[in-house]
Design a protein around this ligand. Sequence first.
Ligand code: TPS
Length: 540
Amino acid sequence: MICNKNAVDYSLYLVTDSSMLPPNTSLYSQIEAGLKNGVTVVQVREKDSDTGAFIDEAVRIKELCTKYQVPLMINDRVDVAMAIDADGVHVGQDDMPIPMVRKLLGPDKIIGWSVGKVEEVETLAYWGPEMVDYIGVGTVFPTETKKNTKIPMGPRGVARILTALEDNKAEWCRTVAIGGLHPTNIERVLYQSFSQNGKRSLDGIAVVSDIMAAPDAGAATKRLQGLLKQNAYHFIPPCSVEKSDLSLHSKIKTVISNVNDKAPLIHHITNKVHQNFGANVTLSLGSSPIMSEIESEAQDLAELPHAALLLNTGSVAPVQMVKTAIAAYNKVKKPIVFDPVGYSATETRLLLNNTLLSHGQFTCIKGNIGEILSLANMSKNKMKGVDSGDHIVDKKYLALATKTVAYNFRTVAVCTGEDDFIADGTFGGEYKLGHGLNKHSLDDVPCLRVENGPIPIMGQITASGCSLGTTIACFLGGYDSRISVFETVTAAVMLYKSAGFKAASLCQGTASFQVHLVDTLYNLFQENSPETWTAKVSVV
Ligand code: TPS
């Protein structure tokens, strides 16, 4: 027994596995390299060892843990934990029931439980603080390490568990996320996993393969420690200006001249109906379109200067290709605009859109009223097809839904309709282990409303909504860290609405509306005089 169980640091929790050791390493050399470089808890997990061998191993690992003053947990085997006086036991849902484990171990040992469902949180809350000390929340992502894992829950699934802990007042219970966690996704998981009230975040992460299978386990541990200490996830370069006295109009001018100078490359993965129109809109905004669904070039495209990805799921490229593209843009910190068309219209679309949402960090998520209400889980009726939901007029409700999407996905969310709503739930990329961040609740999400009166003809041509996505992507492609993503997206929405309004007054019908829309976008962009635009913005 090493520790006081109420003062355990769960931030970097190592679960051992001797079946994946690289050449020239041993179980002990890997664990010691981890301990030397910042592992804060060790769990011995040997699924196939005989009892005698397991005990020998656990005794040696206990010596290491004692040397580094780190708590030692035993997976599943309460008898082994008692025999060697380990600090505690970690059990799964199918292992010995928790009240029995507690009875055997007594009140001072640590008990951890693998949890994936809200009902399991309700149970541990019902048991009270004497039973479960911490939970392993997972599996977050698919992993080769554990057989028979449940369906990956993604960061939103982790957030649901953290919310359930708050709802059930289980404030004593600490949390680590586990399953498929690696440096490519850990910052995102820490950033996107928080309780709905903002008061709780993860206490740490648990890994097996990232350390145990690493040729240099010390370096792997250091890398993880670095990510844990960062306290911010910059998925695109952070805004360098805290507060500026410049007016919105002068910022918009800067945004447009940046786009003009940089001529961003807008990589579209979009539906067939939108492809041609989207390419023309891109060109009208001084940018270059590329419609590519080739998986092997996604990384190369992401690395081109001023590239941005527009991902529209109206008709979908192969899922693996899309995942590769999301990872590629996240890796090089370039913007992604996500347009989850018909988000939950069918089970297939819901699954696909949710899979993609759990796979990356999006700079902006744009949807129509139906999509945003469904994404916010505030839809009263299930949306049919890709119905825009325009009949819903309660503006407060729409603002709240937009804020909820922005907050839940840590993104800038845009809800389109007669009025557009834009909300910023990014909080500058900040995260903090354990107790959430002060002032990071839904109420702290800023939201704007962009109005230009009804433009009904906008809904009578194809791909007008999709091309707002294109416009946002062009503006973000020219992103300049002196102007926030929120303001950059607002500029795009205001330009697009003003262009739609003007084109509607110039056209003779739907076909010429489309032509006038591209012409007007081109002209307003070239003139760069936002003070003449008709769309008005207000704070909600
Ligand atoms: C603290 N568990 C869930 S996923 C996984 C394991 C072992 C494999 C992750 O491997 N929570 C805690 N301890 C446990 N043993 C579990 C959950 C069960 P990798 O990191 O290689 O993806």
